[in-house]
Write a protein that binds this ligand. Structure first.
Ligand SMILES: [Zn+2]
Length: 257
């Protein structure tokens, strides 16, 4: 499959400082694949070249934007573009935390999936695109023994208060069916912790979310719950610690253990 990648080298990378052990999935959140590829390979991105709802209309056109990249981009037709060699550190994750550690770029392979996202009406992902993402993840797993279905997260998982991608329309269940993500299959019949906030925080933290054990439903706990729901219960992403969500939390924590 590797030979089917189109090379679109990005200069936006540096050296990894730790071993690869995570894959982060994103949506591009831009108008189309060409604009996203331009942005992700641009060594000197300027605001005027990338107009969109992410910046105010009176921003100066020559204002510099941050340099960003990813290892791969998957377009709607299922074409995979290779931008940064996996051995290098691409710049896609930004500030975030997973399993108690920051600098996710140092340890992650980043995959950008072309989709307008919340700014552009949250369009459906295409079947060809999801099939390509599955194939790409299988390819990556075959190259890195530390990587498997348990090591794939969404950008919103590692930065719940800043990011919503790949979004609640991303078909995580299909990825799980294909063996490249986890899914909560066996829900517990009973919950054994009556203290809701403490139970939710314990489960979220054991999954990997950056949640402190405060014993109350604070903002970061609620944001992490929304991220969890986007992925595992997308029909209701209110952030409420309802009974179903709590059972799903236990099931996902078990699936990852
Ligand atoms: Zn992202």
């Amino acid at each position: 499959m590797t030979e089917a990648y189109i090379k679109r080298p990005s200069p936006n990378f540096d050296a990894r400082t730790r071993p690869i052990d995570l894959i982060v999935l994103h949506y591009t959140g831009m108008q189309d694949a060409a604009i996203a590829l331009a942005r992700l390979t641009d060594p000197q991105p300027l605001a005027g070249n990338y107009p969109g709802p992410w910046q105010s209309e009176d921003v100066l056109p020559d204002s510099p934007l941050s340099r960003v990249s990813a290892h791969y981009v998957v377009d709607e037709a299922g074409q995979i573009y290779a931008l940064v060699p996996e051995e290098h550190r691409a710049w896609h994750a930004g500030v975030g935390s997973w399993e108690g550690e920051g600098d996710l770029n140092a340890r992650a392979i980043g995959v950008e999936i072309v989709n307008g996202g919340h700014d552009f009406g949250l369009p459906d992902f295409t079947d060809a695109q999801i099939a390509a993402v599955v194939q790409l993840l299988k390819d990556i797993f075959s190259r890195w023994p530390e990587l498997n279905a348990k090591r794939v997260v969404g950008h919103s998982d590692i930065a719940p208060e800043r990011k919503a991608d790949p979004g609640e329309k991303f078909p995580w269940a299909k990825l799980a069916d294909a063996g490249v993500s986890v899914w909560p299959r066996e829900l517990p019949s009973e919950l054994d912790n009556d203290d809701v906030a403490s139970d939710v925080q314990t489960q979220l933290a054991s999954i990997g979310y950056d949640v402190k054990q405060t014993g109350s439903m604070d903002n970061s706990t609620r944001a992490a719950l929304v991220a969890f729901q986007r992925r595992f219960r997308p029909s209701d992403i209110s952030g409420a610690a309802d009974e179903e969500t709590r059972r799903l939390l236990v099931a996902v924590a078990r699936a990852l253990s």
